[in-house]
Design a protein around this ligand. Structure first.
Ligand code: FES
Ligand SMILES: [Fe+2]
Length: 406
């Protein structure tokens, strides 16, 4: 069932017949992943339907990104384009970014403010909607069918809820309440987001040349951090203890990493080492919360960020990095957060650039057939895993397989 409000775009229809996924041969062992799942177009279509439009909540932003009346941002949940908007009464909505007339995307940019116009205007035939999605004007409607009523042509709205200001959307009426969905993983969000009163500093957007599941696996993979990430090795920054918690591992496979980093042992090859400074807290405590299917909230050193991964076809994943400060931070700390958020952890920073390369090469290797295997940490059947383990990938795929029906 769809949560999208009645309207032509969501008129009741029979669901598509389930695609035949019989050609995908998933091995018995839960630590093996058949490589074809990164390449298969039929499976991708099923993921969009049953997973991203299914009974789950997808992280789409933070309230701090749209603090004022009229603020909006655009995103996608699976393949569905959405506008996340604060209306003129201050209420938040997740509206389908698709005109009820002939489907033109109403908003084309990443974000903005419409407090002056107070409406979305379609460029094609000039229909106008208020910021809650209600159709308020349709041009030249005298020759429309006599029973035409603007009430029938609002923008479909998806379910929207927030926790500590983090915004989640569900396209399904069958998703459980958000708090139930998050389960004990909410504790990780409490630690990372605090009271949720954040200031949005900016975003970066980049395209990863890989299937979205390869990007999802990366967050469960502590194993690569000591091999791939040369900056950590050169600086001799070490994870000094920590764990990967999957408190509700039987349901959704969310993971919540908590670890401490020792200070850099060497930084003499950097002209300026201030990028590494810890200014916002006394202890080098770090948290990365990964919410199924693929939303990331992280508080690492002084970088407070939300990352959104949007599948853009079977071989492309759009990654958005949004960086935040806490209300009350000094100007100096805010500047430091922006700099560290982009130059250390951002898409062109010391860390993520290497991930992007590795992930695209995992995708390039997928046509080699056979299975990918998950080994490190699998002696422990259940979490908590150690911070350098990759075992949590099994839990992601347990939830994934339930979602897509494999
Ligand atoms: S498609 Fe939007 S007004 Fe025609
Ligand atoms: Fe990494």
């Amino acid at each position: 069932m769809t949560a999208l409000r009645d309207g032509p775009a969501s008129a009741t229809r029979k669901g598509r017949p389930p695609a035949d996924l019989g050609h995908i041969n998933w091995p018995e062992q839960d630590n093996r992943i058949p490589r074809e799942v990164y390449l298969d177009e039929a499976l991708y279509a099923v993921e969009m339907d049953r997973l991203f439009a299914g009974p789950y909540w997808v992280l789409v932003g933070h309230e701090a990104e749209i603090p004022d009346r009229g603020d909006y941002k655009t995103t996608h949940v699976g393949s569905v384009p959405l506008i996340i908007v604060r209306d003129m009464d201050g209420e938040l909505h997740a509206l389908v970014n698709s005109c009820a007339h002939r489907g033109t995307a109403l908003v084309h940019d990443n974000r903005g403010n419409l407090a002056d116009r107070k409406c979305f205007t379609c460029i094609y035939h000039n229909w106008r909607y208020d910021l809650g999605g209600k159709l308020i004007a349709a041009a030249l409607k005298e020759d429309f069918p006599v029973d035409f009523s603007r009430d029938q042509y609002g923008l479909p709205a998806a379910r929207l809820d927030s926790y500590r200001g983090a915004l989640f959307v569900s396209l399904s009426d069958d998703a459980p309440p958000l708090l139930e969905y998050l389960g004990e993983t909410a504790e990780g969000l409490d630690l990372a987001l605090g009271d949720g009163d954040l200031i949005y500093l900016g975003s970066q957007k980049v395209m990863f040349e890989c299937n979205w599941k390869i990007a999802a696996e990366n967050i469960y993979d502590g194993y690569h951090t000591v091999s791939l990430h040369k900056a950590f090795q050169m600086l001799q920054v070490r994870a000094a203890g920590g764990s990967q918690n999957l408190p509700d591992h039987n349901s959704y496979g969310h993971v919540w990493n908590e670890y401490r980093t020792g200070p850099a042992q060497r930084a003499d090859f950097l002209r300026d080492t201030s990028i590494l400074a810890l200014k916002s807290k006394d202890e080098p405590s770090n948290r990365i919360v990964n919410i199924f299917p693929i939303g990331i909230v992280s508080d690492q050193i002084d970088t407070l960020s939300l990352r959104f991964a949007i599948p853009r076809g079977v071989a492309a994943t759009e990654m958005q990095f949004a960086v935040f400060a806490r209300r009350g931070d000094s100007d100096e700390l805010v500047r430091h957060r922006v700099r560290q958020g982009s130059n250390l952890f951002g898409p062109e920073g010391f860390i993520s650039l290497e991930d992007q390369t590795a992930l695209s090469r995992v995708h390039d290797g997928a046509p080699g057939r056979g299975d990918n295997v998950v080994l490190k940490g699998t002696l422990a059947r259940f979490p908590p895993y150690r911070i350098l383990d990759e075992a949590g990938i099994r839990h992601f795929y347990a939830a994934y397989r339930r979602a897509v029906g494999l």
